[in-house]
Design a protein around this ligand. Structure first.
Ligand SMILES: Nc1ncnc2c1ncn2[C@@H]1O[C@H](COP(=O)(O)OP(=O)(O)OP(=O)(O)O)[C@@H](O)[C@H]1O
Ligand SMILES: [Mg+2]
Length: 306
């Protein structure tokens, strides 16, 4: 999918110059980004970059302090997550809001009491729930032995997959995933990435939040990189290498600072004649090596990143 093809048409979801303040804390400043149908937009950034705050704005948890939020070209002011859900914006949080002791099918229908066209059921019909959840899961290539099985017995990847299938079934147009692969091993993360690709193939717009570039890169069409509440910009995969993304995310200067900081510690220890335990000394040495490697990694290429 080319970036040019993605960029045409009204975005499903868009923020323009959005900021969010919590008292004196500037969690986000002047962020603009958009998601189109059939596109995976990766929101990348280190801890505290503002990723969760941005998706909470999308999800109707926080109103923006400044800027505009548009859904399908129309400005919106969501009063609650329910408003966002009714507009077709489904958010899967990292902790998933699933109940481990309840069955897959129960969880599949959890929180989807009918309102504004979300879900056809007014009563809980166990047979229908079992059938529908099994069908929907298998449409996405997820085969569960028994939808009566407790969600707590599923693996992390399977749980995420159920949450994604559920959002797709209930007619989400935009699927927002906050760090869905963070706690997963490589194989499990692969499973989740596959379902993200399936949601995209079904025409959903996906916002995929992660700080793992290696999970983001294979699946993303575009990236928006956040760093301490500000955006480094949005890049199409076709015009950015994985290495460049890694560098932008980490912030080149910070890596250099980290290297210098670690050397400073080592010097101070040496000067004070501190006798470190062998374990602490080895840990120090390892950190120092890593710091130097980071610096060395960065230096030869710093010219190529403007
Ligand atoms: N409700 C709040 N009140 C005060 N400060 C907040 C609030 N929510 C977020 N922040 C601050 O905003 C900044 C961005 O936080 P946010 O949770 O959005 O980061 P993140 O990119 O999701 O980080 P992580 O990768 O650790 O999840 C942080 O400095 C955080 O302390
Ligand atoms: Mg977060």
């Amino acid at each position: 999918m080319s970036a040019a093809a993605i960029d045409t048409g009204t975005p499903l979801l868009e923020v323009q110059n959005v900021s969010r303040f919590f008292g004196s804390v500037i969690a986000l400043k002047d962020i603009s980004m958009s998601v189109h149908a059939g596109e995976v937009m990766c929101l990348l950034g280190d801890n505290g970059a503002g990723k969760s705050t941005l998706i909470k704005i999308f999800a109707g948890v926080h109103p923006p302090s400044e800027g505009r939020y548009l859904v399908e070209g129309k400005e919106v002011q969501f009063g609650s997550p329910r408003d966002a859900l009714a507009a077709g914006i489904a958010t899967v949080y990292q902790d998933l809001a699933m109940i481990p002791l309840m069955s897959i099918s129960r969880n599949f229908f959890l929180g989807s009491e009918p309102s504004s066209g979300w879900g056809p059921f007014r009563r809980f019909d166990v047979d229908a729930a079992d059938r529908i959840s099994r069908d929907e899961l298998s449409k996405m290539g997820i085969h569960v032995r028994d939808t009566g099985q407790a969600v707590g017995t599923l693996s992390g990847g399977e749980r995420q997959s159920v949450a994604i299938a559920r959002a797709v079934y209930f007619g989400a147009k935009v699927l927002i995933l906050d760090e869905p692969t963070a706690a997963l091993g490589v194989k499990e993360a692969g499973v989740v990435l596959r379902y993200i690709a399936q949601a995209r193939a079904r025409g959903l717009g996906v916002v995929f939040i992660t700080h793992n570039v290696h999970h983001a890169y294979p699946i993303a069409d575009r990236f928006t990189i956040l760093n301490r509440g500000r955006s480094y910009g949005t890049f199409a995969k076709s015009e950015t290498s994985r290495e460049e993304v890694v560098r932008m995310m980490a912030g080149g200067e910070e890596l250099e600072e980290l290297g210098l900081e670690l050397e400073e510690f080592a010097r101070a220890d040496a000067a004070s004649g501190a006798r470190l335990s062998p374990v602490a000394a080895e840990a120090d040495a390892a950190i120092l090596r890593a710091g130097r490697e980071l610096e060395a990694d960065r230096l030869p290429t710093s010219d190529s990143v403007s």
